[in-house]
Write a new protein. Structure first.
Length: 240
């Protein structure tokens, strides 16, 4: 089975993390989303750049079509935040018109993963500027979750950060009454710290990357457990 990944042009993280976590039954194939609005990953002009990626979605999807992917993900969580939860169905319709019925967004994958885990009270960790972090919080509240804690990483460029940064950010976001930690952002490296965080904090940790992979396995009915990257992926049985 093949997963097509629509990747923001400068994102160096999502592809290697998916390669690292994916079972042998799933291969990863990507196309870049282009925008001219500022430095990739930089805090300056991030909102304009994020929404600008949608303008190149059709061209990127056409280039992916050559490998005949079985599912396609829009691997940019924040574009859903700026679009808003209420407009997520319209964004999904637009994506599926280009990429087929098994297309989904990173935010949609997170939503499904949180419901699968029975999450209600979130500790949210975001690597975005203030306005986009606020949009992220608003999105998850509109989706029906309580965001009872939120920690924002103040960074000039998300793509310069490390797994250890993500680990410390999640630890800082957590409070005892949160039942799940959500680390948002496909550009923030997280694959190597999810299992460690769950062991240290005693609760599920959901990331954009892990949720994307889990949802792809769910859609494509690949019942192959993925161990070492948190309890979401460890489950061998995916809902139909």
């Amino acid at each position: 089975m093949r997963l097509g990944v629509l990747v923001p042009a400068g994102n160096p993280t999502i592809e290697p993390e998916l390669y690292r976590m994916a079972p042998r039954a799933l291969t990863i194939h990507s196309a870049r989303l282009d925008t001219l609005a500022g430095e990739p990953g930089g805090a300056d002009s991030m909102e304009r750049r994020t929404l600008g990626y949608l303008d190149s979605m059709a061209a990127a999807t056409r280039s992916l079509a050559a490998v005949k992917p079985d599912a396609v993900v829009l691997a940019h969580t924040a574009v859903s935040y700026l679009t808003t939860f209420a407009a997520e169905p319209a964004l999904l319709d637009r994506l599926r018109a280009l990429a087929g019925p098994h297309a989904f967004t990173a935010a949609g994958a997170i939503h499904a993963a949180l419901r699968h885990l029975g999450a209600r009270r979130l500790a949210l960790a975001t690597p975005y500027p203030e306005t986009m972090s606020t949009a992220a919080r608003t999105y998850w509240q509109a989706a029906g979750f309580e965001v009872i804690a939120h920690r924002r990483l103040d960074t000039p460029n998300i793509y310069d950060e490390t797994e250890e940064t993500a680990y410390n950010l999640a630890r800082a976001a957590d409070i005892p009454t949160a039942d799940t930690i959500l680390i948002s952002g496909t550009g923030l490296p997280t694959a190597g710290v999810v299992d460690r965080l769950e062991k240290d904090l005693g609760k599920p940790v959901v990331t954009s990357q892990a949720a994307t992979l889990w949802h792809a396995l769910t859609l494509l009915q690949i019942d192959e457990p993925v161990k070492g990257y948190g309890r979401l992926l460890t489950s061998a049985s995916h809902p139909r």
